[in-house]
Design a protein around this ligand. Structure first.
Ligand code: NAD
Length: 480
């Protein structure tokens, strides 16, 4: 059985207690590897290594830090196929998706922040003839990066890259559900010559590894992506310790289709924004609001296209819908489909498990599910399901749909489909969301602020926002 190891002080090691956690392949339901069942002792070892490494990494010329990170990026590129296959096996996502999105984005993250740091300048303010100020930006120290399972290497690198580029040393905790590519990444860091202790990866459960990272007095900042409930727990611990905190949390994103939209594009992109990665992207639009006049036409075209999505072995080229990440998560998503029916919802397509013959017969497959007839304020339309389940809802006016869209506790992203630019701008301003896509979805420019409002998070990542988070400022005022 393949073993995944922690990466501490430049070495691949098991947990100090020698315990292991089973890791499953969602497409087959079979155990296929073991990960260290680490705890606070391993976090402490990582901290000692990171604290020591900070002394040299933080003062290393920025060009040298950048060069090492670029080497890591090019190694990711040279191992793209292996990494994509590993991601697909570990997560259940179609290998084509991992190849097209997850792995290229991981190397882009490294390249983007490795080169971005070369352009990150200090500010200077002149106060008439009295004084001149300059603002130093200093790395914080040892920081914690905690990431989820849905886009494993993509989000793992999104966090650690700006932290490292800015001169911090890092203790990272990937999700225990999808640890494989973070482990392969640690092998890449060794190959690239990343100095010992600069990045430390501790595997294991959230309460046993994530919590000790959050609670550690020496870890100065936490960048977390995951569920809103976990974010609350982290904030409760970190706030009284005055740690810097970046929280990227859950969503229940509206996808708003006005009757003056480009209909064909709205339908086909909505299929993607509903079901890409089995609906397990925080930015998926799970509540589709369609203007009354085109409701029936949209419903019929959308359902027709959803029925054609190929569900199957993530290894197959033609697969569009792979496996749900874990048995527990599949049960959670199914419980929401049951709830939707209890709340009066009508299932237009999907609604249950799909058995895939052959090697995937015991895998965790769910049909993409489309539901209509639910009120905007029922639980199905208010709570994050994070799976291949969307609701169709009709609306008459702009005011009405804004009320529906903004009615949840979340505010991550929104999508608006209209050819009327004035209306689009009005909507963008009025929606409670950190990100609004007009006539597109998941088009990402890494320079833009990324994050949510309300219970979808605190702070912004992306571009210089990430460097601002991972540095402290000291303003120096010099009298003339
Ligand atoms: P999760 O909150 O269960 O876990 C995320 C990470 O936190 C994992 O590594 C986990 O082990 C760790 N963790 C768990 N308990 C912890 C604790 N007490 N202290 C510290 N760490 C702890 O989330 P998940 O199920 O892995 O991911 C799905 C969620 O992530 C969804 O809600 C989704 O919307 C959200 N998400 C948000 C974004 C975003 O950018 N806003 C991106 C991707 C996913």
């Amino acid at each position: 059985m393949k073993k995944i190891f922690n990466y501490i002080d430049g070495k691949l090691v098991s947990a100090k207690n020698g315990d292991w956690i089973d890791n499953f392949e969602p497409a087959t339901g079979e155990k296929y590897s073991l990960i260290p069942d680490s705890n606070a002792e391993d976090v402490e070892a990582a901290f000692i290594a990171a604290e020591k490494a900070f002394k040299s990494w933080s003062v290393r010329p920025v060009q040298e830090r950048s060069d090492i990170m670029l080497k890591i990026a090019s190694l990711i590129e040279s191992k793209q196929q292996d990494l994509a296959e590993a991601e697909s096996i570990d997560n259940g996502k179609p290998v084509d998706l991992a190849n097209a999105v997850d792995i290229p984005r991981a190397s882009s993250n490294m390249k983007f922040f490795a080169t971005g740091i070369l352009h990150y300048a200090s500010e200077s303010h002149q106060l008439n003839e009295v004084a001149i100020n300059y603002t130093l930006r200093k790395p914080i120290g040892v920081v914690g990066c905690i990431s989820p399972w849905n886009l494993p290497l993509y989000l793992f690198t999104w966090k650690i890259a700006p932290a490292l580029a800015a001169g911090n040393t890092v203790i990272a905790k990937p999700s225990e559900i999808t640890p494989m590519t973070a482990f392969l990444f640690s092998e890449i860091c060794i190959e690239a010559g990343l100095p010992n202790g600069v990045l430390n990866i501790v595997h294991g459960y959230g309460p046993k590894v994530g919590a000790p990272i959050t609670e550690h007095k020496g870890i100065k900042a936490i960048s977390f992506t995951g569920g809103t409930k976990t974010g609350e727990q982290i904030a409760k611990v970190a706030a009284p310790m005055f740690k810097k905190l970046s929280l990227e949390l859950g969503g229940k994103n509206p996808n708003i289709i006005f009757d003056d939209c480009n209909f064909n594009k709205a339908v086909s992109v909505s299929v993607l924004s509903s079901f890409a990665n089995q609906g397990q992207i925080c930015l998926c639009g799970s509540r589709i609001f369609i203007q009354e006049k085109i409701y029936e036409k949209f419903k019929s075209e959308f359902v027709k296209k959803v029925k054609k999505l190929t569900i199957g072995d993530p290894k197959n080229k033609e697969t569009k819908i792979g496996a749900i990440v874990s048995k527990d998560h599949m049960e959670k998503v199914k419980s929401y489909i049951d709830l939707a029916q209890q709340e009066g919802g009508i299932i237009l397509t999907g609604g249950g498990n799909r058995t895939i013959e052959g090697r995937c017969k015991d895998g965790y497959f769910l049909e993409p599910t489309v539901i209509e007839g639910l009120p905007y304020d029922c639980r199905t339309n208010q709570e994050e399901i994070f799976g291949p389940v969307v609701t169709l809802n009709s609306f008459k006016t702009e005011e009405e749909v804004l009320m529906y869209a903004n009615s949840t506790k979340y505010g991550l992203s929104s999508t608006v489909w209209t050819e009327n630019i004035t209306k689009a701008n009005r909507m963008a301003k009025a929606l409670d969301a950190g990100i609004v896509w007009i006539n597109c979805w998941l088009v990402r420019d890494l320079r833009t602020p990324f994050g949510g409002v309300k219970h979808s998070g605190v702070g912004r990542e992306g571009g210089f926002n990430a460097f601002n988070f991972f540095t402290e400022q000291t303003n120096v005022c010099i009298s003339y």
